[in-house]
Design a protein around this ligand. Structure first.
Ligand code: HEM
Length: 92
């Protein structure tokens, strides 16, 4: 299995690989795969993400982590995907 997340953070392809940059002009990311097996649901996923982020930024502009980044609990490492178990946040 190829590590798509690592490919998206390839410093020889992307500038400031660890920054979220909504205005990134050159962005050949491979989050949804490429070619014949590229994700069939990517248009709905992109729409959901647009709604999520625009709503989130409009309703909770001050939201931020409620704990230090290293204290965010991660799911066990024995799955094909990984990520936080949950993300404690706070806002004014
Ligand atoms: C953020 C959300 C999503 C991500 C990151 C994602 C990512 C991917 C990736 C990496 C692949 C594999 C491409 C490959 O094998 O080379 C894939 C395949 C696929 N995805 Fe998604 N996906 C997402 C959401 C969805 C949704 C919402 C649907 C359906 C409504 C969907 C349906 C599919 C299908 C059917 C395939 C298989 C395509 C094939 O093998 O021909 N995905 N997706």
């Amino acid at each position: 299995m190829l590590d798509i997340l690592a490919a998206n953070r390839d410093g020889s392809v992307f500038s400031q690989v660890h920054e979220i940059d909504f205005d990134r002009e050159y962005n050949p990311m491979v989050t949804f795969g490429r070619g014949i097996h590229a994700c069939l649901g990517q248009q709905i996923a992109r729409m959901e993400l647009r709604v999520l982020w625009s709503t989130r930024l409009r309703r909770l502009p001050t939201v931020r982590l409620a704990v230090a980044p290293e204290e965010v609990p991660w799911r066990p490492d024995d799955t094909a995907t990984f990520g936080p178990a949950h993300i404690p946040v706070t806002w004014e």
